[in-house]
Design a protein around this ligand. Sequence first.
Ligand code: PEP
Ligand code: MG
Length: 880
Amino acid sequence: MIAKYVYYFGKSGTEGSKEMRSLLGGKGANLAEMTSIGLPVPAGFTITTEVCGLYYKNEKKLPEGLMTEVAAGLTRLETEMGMSFGSAQDPLLVSVRSGAAASMPGMMDTILNLGLNDETVEALIKKTGNERFGRDAYRRFMQMFGDVVLGIPHADFETALEFVKHKKGVRLDTELDARDLKEVIEEYKKVYKKNGKEFPTKPMDQLIAAITAVFGSWNSERAIIYRRLNDIRGLLGTAVNVQSMVFGNMGDSSGTGVAFTRNPSTGENLFYGEYLMNAQGEDVVAGIRTPLTIDTLAKQNPEVYKQLLEIRTILESHYKDMQDIEFTIQEGKLYMLQCRNGKRTAAAAVKIAVDMVTEGLIDEKTAIMRVEPKSLDQLLHKTLDPKAKKSAILLTKGLPASPGAAVGKIVFNAEEAAVETDKGEKVILVRVETSPEDIEGMNAAVGIMTARGGMTSHAAVVARGMGKCCVAGCSEIVVDYREQLLSVAGKKFKQGDYITLDGSTGEVFEGKLPVVDPELSGDFATIMEWADKYRKIGVRANADIPRDALVAVKFGAEGIGLCRTEHMFFEGERIKYMREMILADTLEEREKALAQLLPYQKSDFVGLFEAMGEKPVIIRLLDPPLHEFVPQKEAEIKEISDETGVAYESVLTKIASLHEFNPMLGHRGCRLGITYPEITAMQTRAIVEAACEVTKKIGKQVHAKIMVPLVGKVEELKNQKVIIEKVTDEVLKEQNMKDLHISIGTMIEVPRGALTADEVAREAEFFSFGTNDLTQMTCGFSRDDAGKFLKEYVEKGIYERDPFEAIDQSGVGLLMEIALEKGKKTRPDLEVGICGEHGGEPSSVEFCHRIHLNYVSCSPYRVPIARLAAAQAALREEVK
Ligand code: PEP
Ligand code: MG
């Protein structure tokens, strides 16, 4: 069967539907759907995403047969509209818009008013009786076509427009009359000439060029970056929507707007939007003029407003989700140009999901699926300290475009933002307005502030998508790029000066303000409760100190999956004893130093057990190579020599002897405990003594688990187990607590350990996959150095994602499955979890769910993300 390339929507029939998103793109599928449910949509047709795929397969040529189908679509459209494309009497004009299956706002091309030329414009003027409108549409088309399709610099058109405005002595485009606009058109023709480009006068040629340009924009640099940043992959390309034009710029009874069926920042169940009268769509989205809020429309045009409210209800009950809509009013008549599930902040996503369950629109399971686990990060981060805010110096107030708090140094362009962030600075990107070219800088900055543009401007939409704090439309500020100055409230700020943004209120403050932790109750708690009801895999936290353990419990951790004990050895006096231990020449000296460390370790473990009560606490024995504990600088080495009384030269020699060419594969992990059994003995004693103490104190058995790192051969574990068991028995006897069970297990992070897991499981009561090391050793990528080239690996598609971020399922994942199967064969009740960084990454959590691990363990702040991702994994499986 020959593929169908074009799908029509209109009164004479609609071929697409909302289910056909991957073929028709989001925009095309929803235009068809809205037409089908009787909403006022200008008729048109969609060229499928498959055609885009063919275009690229075919060395950037449109596939054969496409234009025949397009011509048929046009004829149908002409009949429905009673107009004719390219006619000098009653010309049909069309818009040509991109629209992929995943929303990529503003990243691809759009051409409006297509079909105009010197002849058709006269017909348009005659028909509408509005010369100014006709000429304005024509000059807009010339500008858009030249810029988007032919690549003529946008600035050339701006200069030509400015030239006519200057001559006339006016400031705004709207102050130009029909005659002036005619002059603008003549100037634009010169721009084309100057750039060596020809303006195609035949509408069919314009259409072919526009379709080709939209396909071309799928692989523009900014579109590629956007897809990478938003993890959009596996799509064929963009669809192209050709739709009969409706005009928002036909005078004061016309206009255009963007709205959300609920507030996309807070989730409040209120109609929310902005519009501009006498304007075309791009004017609102581009943020060039600051629009009016939708409530103003209630006064300005109550009839249209009422109709919009009705459409809002219809759309929500049809799609059962918050919609983002674009509309145009042409001489008082409303048209819908787009609807899609609205992008929202995490706070809004949570509130909308919970509210919609209460309203009976969706069920709990759907609500869980509606919140992007990764986005919860936004809710778990800090906001401005309200107390400090009271006395802070408020510089200005803009629109609260994307919530959260951002404290950073001012930079005035996107490149600078990326450069300074790479240096470790926190920066706030201050711009008059942002454009898609700024996307990388916006991603780098901690916050974004713009002088122009509304809640739906580029800056606002992109920042919300990124979960980044943004204050937009600060109309009182002056941004001078040349002088690199921000002027506001009679003050001047230069690059590097600090400001603080409150993205939830739109306030901008001078200097650095303190921030506070988020509130985790209300709707957030409800969603988390529902997630816990449906998830099947446990969630624990990686926490090394009692403070982190308490945060982890607050976030819902069901235990500690990894306590890295080495982190306890740096603070205060501890590092001194640690160094004494390392520099010691004899066992006796080492034991003396270790005895000094024991009380510190023990008190930390007491804190951990107290924080966790009866929940499991897995404590890992010392892991990193010892050189990480000794200094390299001369002055510090001297200091050690003075403190320990060991001769400077001897200290130097000892430090030099710790040097390794490949420390990650060197003397670390259980290899330390094997060569220095006294370290294992001291740590075991500290753990067991602490466990006894807390058990006695709380009257309930704590759940202590000792984990041996970097085991590749069962004999390594056996060796350590002898020491651990001996000390454990001693302490339990001393404490008279023989009933207290201390389990002993191992990390699986060396490929050999995974491959021989059946043998390892004979000695281990539990496994925990250390996927950081397991990835390092399986893929052969250094954890510390691979960052330099892995980005390119991902860009080139060699690895789909950075394997240190998301589990490489077909490689490292396969090894995990082998280990799991072998381990369980020996010990069916073996407990198996994961404690590498992947434990809090949603796709990895789903993988762990699928292979039936008992739990995932991740940093405390990612615990809610893991809980939600685990619930979604379980629910997705239910559907299958
Ligand atoms: C691991 O290797 O995955 C792990 C958790 O241990 P570390 O990161 O401390 O090496
Ligand atoms: Mg490790």
